[in-house]
Write a protein that binds this ligand. Structure first.
Ligand SMILES: [Ca+2]
Length: 476
């Protein structure tokens, strides 16, 4: 009984009876002790697609894209149908997966020039003083590897090997960011090994690296973070997949990711570690118009559901109930506290975070509910919406921001019941004044903690900047 958990950390920082909205210490529940009988802590694999939409997998309703391996993964595990990324674009979303915090808390909601993502040779990056999920797991003796697209800073100080990963293989930012004088680099740890990278074989090479890592580390414990390059544009696939999908190049890229997922699951079985490995498959934000967000409104780049609610599948044979569905509010914020607790890590975090341990939901405890009293939807520095239970409120705005181009002008208050109206088509604000009032007060709590526009929140921390940034180039 190595990991019997006895203490319970309060979920929120309470002051004068006011429950802070977003400030969470690792919550610890009885179910966190589910691996109490195991001699070794579990392995973790997080497969993180880039711009994969809510409707782009067979098990989430796609009729065009064939994803038999991911569909089988869902049959063997759980589909999480109200799982959110914290932003509709890459860098902010990834900052949350790594830190368990909303992007504004760690100041990754915009780049050094106020744009919505980091760019090559950006002076800004994820502050090395933040404790990433990989760093927590390293402390617990995990082997850690990042394979794929990083996008949390390309300066040497910000690379994965400085943020808790023993090794790194991948591209440091988006695959459309290759420039004439800085061709898109493929990196091994902190060195460029190919530039421009041959993107057609990226998914295949990521998969080979992942399988090699699993085989080498099969005695565990390990943490594999696999942030795929696709289906972000421009789209590429290996010759074996190019031209195969009914859904064009987009479908080809997703079907190769499906193959990749199967290779990884097969490797777990081959190594005899299937039942001691938790695998999570999800996306960093919703699809562009090239993909599908299923029944959801909007696309990547928006705070509508289609921009931030993402497909998610969790699998851990013997622990996560087969063929189950969880529609409670969960998200990338929760990955860090959940994995760290399962690893037997500390019951409190180094700094305040916004995520919660969602183990009770994942193992299918019958009375488990979302620990999120509310969930915030920010567009860069602007709080635009908030969900609590089935209700999603768009706060009234003088000038609604978007990622690119001029703001959209005034936006009215709107309220949707997502249980009855997942497509956000029927504004029910007028009929529900008390709910509007309650969600507006939750928005005030979020603003006080995380800030809004030029107003700083009391819980915000700093990103990190270098004096002078350089591009990642092949060494001559
Ligand atoms: Ca993305």
């Amino acid at each position: 009984m190595i990991q019997v958990i006895v203490n319970r950390i309060r979920l929120s920082l309470c002051c004068f009876g006011v429950i802070a909205l977003c400030l969470a210490y690792f919550s610890l529940s009885a179910s966190a002790s589910i691996n109490a009988d195991d001699a070794s802590p579990p392995n973790f694999i997080v497969i993180f697609c880039d711009d994969l939409g809510y409707g782009d997998l067979g098990c989430f309703g796609s009729e065009k894209i064939r994803t038999p391996r991911i569909d089988r993964m869902a049959e063997e595990g759980m589909r999480l149908t109200s799982f959110y990324s914290t932003c509709s674009v890459c860098s902010p979303s990834r900052s949350s997966l790594m830190t368990g915090c909303y992007p504004r808390r760690v100041n990754l909601h915009c780049n050094s020039g106020g744009l919505c993502v980091l760019f090559p040779a950006d002076r800004k990056g994820l502050n090395p003083e933040e404790t990433t999920v990989a760093e927590y797991l390293q402390r617990e003796g995990y082997a850690t590897q990042c394979i794929g697209k990083w996008h949390l800073g390309d300066q040497p100080e910000f690379l994965p090997t400085e943020q808790g990963f023993d090794a790194y293989f991948g591209i440091p930012y988006s695959n459309d960011m290759g420039r004439g004088n800085i061709p898109l680099p493929l990196m091994s740890d902190d060195r460029v090994i190919e530039a421009p990278v041959d993107q057609t074989t990226l998914t295949k090479r990521y998969t080979e690296e992942a399988v090699r890592f699993i085989e080498e580390q099969k005695d565990g414990p390990f943490f594999l973070y696999l942030p795929h390059t696709f289906p972000h544009v421009p789209l590429f696939a290996s010759p074996e997949f190019a031209g195969r999908s009914e859904h064009g190049k987009y479908g080809d890229a997703v079907e190769e990711i499906d193959w990749s997922t199967g290779e990884i699951l097969d490797a777990l079985e081959r190594c005899g570690i299937d039942e001691n490995t938790f695998v999570l498959f999800t996306s960093d934000n919703g699809a562009t118009r090239g993909g599908s967000n299923g029944p959801l409104r909007g696309n990547k780049g928006q705070t509508y559901e289609g921009g931030m609610r993402v497909p998610c599948i969790a699998r851990w044979p013997g622990r996560i109930p087969e063929g189950s569905v969880c529609d409670e509010i969960t998200g990338t914020l929760d990955i860090l506290p959940t994995l760290v607790r399962w690893a037997g890590g500390p019951g409190s975090n180094d700094r305040p975070i916004d995520g919660y341990d969602i183990a009770p939901l994942l193992v299918g405890e019958s009375d488990a509910e979302t620990p999120h009293k509310s969930f915030c939807f920010y567009q860069m520095d602007q709080l635009q919406a908030l969900r609590s239970g089935p209700w999603k409120l768009y706060v009234p705005l003088d000038d609604k921001k978007r990622n690119w181009g001029a703001p959209l002008g005034p936006a009215p208050l709107e309220l949707y019941n997502l249980d009855a109206d997942i497509g956000e088509t029927n504004d029910v604000a007028a009929e529900n004044p008390e709910i509007v009032e309650r969600l507006l007060s939750l928005a005030e709590e979020a603003r006080a903690e995380l800030g809004d526009m030029e107003n700083e929140g009391r819980g915000q921390r700093s990103a990190a900047w270098v004096e002078e940034a350089t591009g990642r180039l092949l060494e001559e």
